[in-house]
Design a binder for this molecule. Sequence first.
Ligand SMILES: [Zn+2]
Length: 205
Amino acid sequence: MSHSQLVYDTLVKLKAVIANDHILYTSGKHGSEYINKDAIYPHTELISKICEFFANEFEKDQVDVVVAPALGGIVLTQWIAHHLTKRYKKQVLAVYAEKQSSGDFELKRGYGAMVEGKNILVAEDVLNTGGSAKKVVELVKDNLGMVVGLAAIVNRGGVKPDDVGYVPRIYSLVDLGFKMYEPAECPMCKKGIPLSKEYGKGAKA
Ligand SMILES: [Zn+2]
């Protein structure tokens, strides 16, 4: 079984990927699939395995520091750095970028100085438009780090290297192309299936 299939099947089993449902997205559109990334992080064996795949993929890039947007990304950076450290037999660091009220990300706590002149792997759990990943890539570049690539668990928006500030490559384990519909054209609505109250915007706040 391929890495991607293994990860996809596990995500479905954990209900981190919801399929065959009727979801109201934040955009107001409807669709049958949903990603509940909160369901991924409690499962440390899965996270470790995913991050080992990332470490295998980027080992040849001589990564010095792994950077990700908080919160979920913090978990990924720790595990990826752990697996790379074991391979290189020298310490790979893990830091994170925090979202500010302006919507931009910052490397606080002295982390900015840690990326300067270093080879940086950026990690993200789910790429939708790639907006957060792009901001983190640009932040690393502003701090004079060299981005070697972007690792993502799920790429659901067909995000490409150019969309995230020109990274050399994106490695994602699961690529999903969610179909979205205007409510008037939605096949689930036509069948009279009620909107999910468990996932998406239809869920209670
Ligand atoms: Zn619908």
